[in-house]
Design a protein around this ligand. Structure first.
Ligand SMILES: [Zn+2]
Ligand SMILES: [Zn+2]
Length: 253
């Protein structure tokens, strides 16, 4: 499958190992037409950007690179964390409105806004590894939280849905369809598995394939996406960042 852009990756501003400029140059060398840098929100413990306004510094740096290079479209985004059970996120609207690509994901080690949510968002997800009952409860609350996040914010992409935090795939996928949110195939984590992709397909989602690169080497590495989409018999036309996708992405308009 031929991909035109990679819209999820991290730089040294969060837990990536390369500078913004090195990541963009890697995308150019790999022949991508478009790239987005999407660092972690500030509540990602130990790995997020220093503060939400850091995204504006990243944007400035990317704009300078855009002026320099005419062979690639460069976008600035974020991968925000969910920080409350009502779908609150750690990148406020006054910052996100300046960003092109708005990714939101559930992360097991995101610091909640309220201490009261710590158990449901973090602790119970750990307990779910050992107890069936806890797993059922946490699946319900993760699903509800993710759906509320989509309903309350103008999100473009849900990153790695269900990774390390179980969800009801059918419910999350149908919320993606209702709210025009792309369902991510995350190649860095080789996730989601085939059964999730098939369920999301049944719900009629639009897929996006991303590398979630943290190193220059992994920029544009999208083989897992090609493989799993082929296994699920999903045509390139149904994937928004393939050459055949043919639809202008919201941030490219
Ligand atoms: Zn993530
Ligand atoms: Zn990521």
């Amino acid at each position: 499958m031929e991909f035109t852009g990679d819209y999820h990756m991290h730089s040294k501003y969060s837990d990536g190992r390369a500078t913004v400029s090195e990541m963009v140059n890697s995308a150019r060398l790999k022949g991508l037409r478009s790239v987005a840098i999407t660092d972690h929100g500030p509540h990602n413990v130990g790995t997020g950007v220093e503060k939400a306004s850091t995204f504006l510094d990243i944007k400035k740096e990317l704009r300078e690179l855009s002026d320099e290079y005419s062979d690639i479209n460069i976008f600035c985004g974020c991968e925000a964390d969910i920080t409350g059970l009502n779908g609150e996120i750690d990148v406020p609207q006054e910052i996100s409105k300046h960003l092109d690509v708005f990714i939101v994901g559930l992360h097991p080690f995101a610091r909640p806004n309220h201490l009261a949510d710590l158990w449901a968002l973090n602790g119970r997800n750990q307990a779910a590894r050992i107890s069936q009952g806890a797993r059922r409860k946490v699946t319900n609350s993760n699903t509800k939280t993710l759906v509320l996040a989509m309903e309350n914010n103008s999100i473009n992409i849900i990153s790695h849905p269900g990774l390390g935090m179980p969800i009801d795939v059918a419910e999350v996928a149908s919320a993606c369809v209702r709210n025009n949110v792309y369902y991510e195939i995350n190649c860095g984590h080789s996730f989601p598995p085939l059964e999730d992709v098939l369920e999301a397909k049944r719900q009629g989602v639009e897929f996006i394939v991303d590398s979630d690169a943290h190193f220059v080497e992994s920029v544009g590495r999208l083989d897992y996406g090609s493989r799993i989409l082929e296994q699920a018999q999903i045509a390139p036309e149904q994937v928004i960042n393939t050459a055949l996708g043919g639809k202008a992405l919201p941030w490219e308009k």
